[in-house]
Design a binder for this molecule. Structure first.
Ligand SMILES: [Cu+2]
Length: 188
């Protein structure tokens, strides 16, 4: 009797299993369709993470530029400009924070080898028309134009040009160079 019942129940289970079979693929299909959906949902996160990493790298690019201020007191706000070797190009922006016009308190930034600066000044004094920089002066590594109060100008240079010696920056407006000068140093 027990064996008979067992057979019946086995058959019932078998039948039930059979009747449930069509449902199984459906369940699989559901599971299968859910998987790509889950992947699709997580996939957009990867580019987003990359974008975030890109943003994190942005400040590094900012290290390839610096700003130097000059004022009506014939002063730069720094005695040293640090240029990162890692940069392909380095930009220096000069900002004249004063109000005096270019004709009386003009400033520029001229970069050259320390031993060349005297010559650059001497030849620049007479070059008022070209912002007190002798045209095509081969000793000048880079320079900004001459600006007056409230103005801004920038120069871009290849850091590799500063590798072979000691370099300085100065304003070549007549009489300014003695006060307005400093070192340009290469840093990692
Ligand atoms: Cu100046």
């Amino acid at each position: 009797m027990k064996a008979y019942l067992a057979l019946i129940s086995a058959a019932v289970i078998g039948l039930a299993a059979c009747s449930q079979e069509p449902a199984a693929p459906a369940a699989e299909a559901t599971a299968a369709s859910e998987a790509p959906a889950a992947e699709a949902a997580s996939a957009p996160e990867a580019p987003a993470a990359e974008a975030a990493a890109g943003d994190a790298a942005a400040p590094a690019a900012g290290n390839c530029a610096t700003t130097v201020e000059a004022n009506d007191m014939m002063q730069f706000n720094t005695k040293e400009i640090q240029v990162s070797k890692a940069c392909k190009e380095f930009t220096i922006t000069l900002k004249h924070t004063g109000t005096q016009p270019k004709a009386s308190m003009g400033h520029n930034i001229v970069i050259g080898k320390a031993e060349d600066m005297d010559g650059i000044f001497k030849d620049g004094v007479g070059a008022a028309d070209t912002d007190y920089v002798k045209p095509d002066d081969a000793r000048v590594v880079a320079h900004t134009k001459l600006i007056g109060g409230g103005e801004e100008a920038s120069l871009t240079l290849d850091p590799a040009k500063l590798a072979d010696g000691e370099y300085k920056f100065a304003c070549t407006f007549p009489g300014h160079g003695a006060l307005m000068n400093g070192k340009v140093t290469l840093v990692d």
